[in-house]
Design a binder for this molecule. Sequence first.
Ligand code: GDP
Length: 619
Amino acid sequence: MALKKQAYKRKPNTYVKKKPYVEQRKPNIPVKVEALADVIYFKDGMTVLDFAEALHRPVAEIVKKLMFMKILASQTQTLDREIVELLTMDYGLELKDEVKTDMTKFEELTIEDDPKNMVERPAVVTIMGHVDHGKTTLLDTIRHSRITAGEAGGITQHIGAYQVSRNGKSITFIDTPGHAAFTEMRARGAKITDIVILVVAADDGVMPQTKEALDHARAAKSNIIVAVNKMDKPSANPDRVKQELADLDLLAEDWGGSVPFCSISALKGTGVNELLDTIQLVAEMMELKANPSRLAVGSVIEAKLDKGKGPVATLLVSNGTLRVGDAFVVGTTYGKIRAMNDDLGRTIVEAKPSTAVVVYGLNDVPMAGDAFMVFADEKQSREIALKRSNRQIREEKGVNKTMSLEDFFKKAEGNEKVLRLIIKADTQGSIEAFKGAIDKIKVEGTSIDIVRSGVGAITDTDVSLAEASDAIIIGFDVRPQAAVRDTAATKGVEVRLYDIIYEALDDIEKAMKGMLDPVFEKKMIGEASVRETFTISKVGTIAGCMVTSGIIKRDSLVKIIRDGIVIHEGKMSSLKRFKDDVKEVKTGYDCGIMIESYNDLKVDDVIEASEMQEVKSNA
Ligand code: GDP
């Protein structure tokens, strides 16, 4: 009952003037709504006023009733359970003890909705399958059909999900092909997909990732529809696909099974409408429903730190309605929704069940797959988020969060002085060399624990692991991508990048002796991405670039990074805007870059610019 009160207490939001509430949304309490009508919930310290409010009766009336019971009470007087029970009986109602629910574990709650509030909701669909079988093409074709169908205003934005409508009904597609996103979300407890479209190329058949996708879809208990793609190819052999899937116990409807198979050409668009019809048919049979008249719950599809706008997240509303002004908890952070955009970049004020929206107003960047829930106000959201983040820290092996090489010695003043490292390098050789050398560093009372080492770029997984195990990430000739670097910065994970093993060893040894005192450090100042290349004889290769972050200066030191690995280091030989030589180019601008004695630039290479900067001592 106490919670029900909040629904009436909702503060008017600024947009209310423009668009009045059509319906009041109920807060998320795992209690049957109809039960509230004739039940009063007792809570410790219940006052006369609380009771009157719970009953929706005037306080004076309750005071009078108490007087009849020879109890003289003011409205702030607390009442014993027996007295409350007598009063409740007097009104012909039932008294129950308040359901104590740990709202900090909201993703574990089962929310019961009043069936009369339940309405049909769009299906949420994920496209999976082997690489190159056409997942991206299919997503694009479906999205494109929507635009040409004359959707009013806006240009599609990549927000990680989009909605199309067919026969007057919507379907929501999760636009993150690749199984990693799906598994990641599932691993974090998010069940967001109702239907999985398993794309299998008719000219290639079942491949390893087809099986993997099938395993994921089955484990998630999603309904499966098979899209047999590339039917336009002369070598297409749909029967082979059917046979190979039958061998994996996925039997097509026309072979006596229960799985719909659709023959399509994602490239030409043939069969795609039929696929959409099939999705709607399956969705209808699943009787997907949600209650728009409650505060929203759902999960994060994507999240990032936007330089101008702060933390930005795409949320999928699984139940309830999300509105601008709502205070909510997501993962271990919280926020108040300042603004929302849909997948066409349009400003919206509310999002109904099964829709994905970009929200602004978070205090931190959540992780994909994190659950969110709207609460009555920002204060409650903040408290719950704090409890959740404290719990997470406790659960993470009781180690202090975040660590930096500089404060290793200061932090490690206890008994155990363990420096935990995650090592990423461009070759196994570098890792072995580093490990061998590090074994030789002997500083009394300290030790080094290599939590993970591996070849390749620094990834989100490395950052998560570093965060969980209080480790520092050391990279040799590898770089984190911008998004990963942002995550590391947000989480306070230190990423140290080196080109020379000796320098890393030196820093580590100094840190262990408590004497790390960097004076100058090479600081990255900006990044540019190669969009096209031109080769001019006798001059060399000019890379047409876009500065994607920071600033690129004519006299910067540069590194060329391909697929997260440093492939060249050197200097720039020219920096131009159009035909003019320039000293610097800022984020968002095109420029032409030439690298001194290096002509092997390729599209999508990243040019990282850095300069020597004085580093403030931590002491
Ligand atoms: P993904 O890795 O599963 O996302 O696959 P893509 O969508 O990137 O497609 C891989 C390649 O197959 C691309 O060259 C597409 O143009 C091509 N492709 C996708 N669908 C079709 C199709 O229906 N017919 C033909 N002929 N090619 C297709």
